[in-house]
Design a protein. Sequence first.
Length: 145
Amino acid sequence: METTGKIEEAVMPFKIQQLAEIIMEKKKVGFTDALHYLYSSDFYPELLSEDTKWWYASGDALYDIIEEEKATQQSLLEKRKTTLFFIFCIEGYKNFSGQAAETVLTIFTTEKVFDFLNDNFDVLHTQDKAYIMEAIDDFLKSRRK
C-alpha cells in the first residue's frame, strides 16, 4: 500500500501537467486558468483516489471525464435558471391575470406556454416583469384565435 502511495506521488505531478496542457490547448486558456479548471472539478479528488487509479488513464481520457462533469454541471445550472424563470412567470402571471396559481399552471401546460418561455428564454429573461407578462398574454391570445 505504501508503494502505491509513492507511485501516486511520483506520477501525479506529471499527470496534472499533462491535463493542464490539454485543458490549455482545448479551452484556449492560460496555465493558471487550466489548473483552476482542474482543481475546482469534482473529478480532481477522484484522480487522487487509490480506488479509481485514474492516474493510469491517458490525459485525453481524463480530460473527457472532466468535460463530461462540467457539461453535466452546466446543464443542471441551465435547468435551474429556466425552472426559476418558469416559476417567476407563473407567479407573475397569477398576479397579472388575477387567477389562481393552479389555474395558471394548467393554462401554461395546456397552451404550451412553457415551450414559448423556453424557446424565448434568452430574450425574455432579460426583460422587466411587465414586458414578460404582456408577452405571455399576447402568446395566449394568439393561441386562442
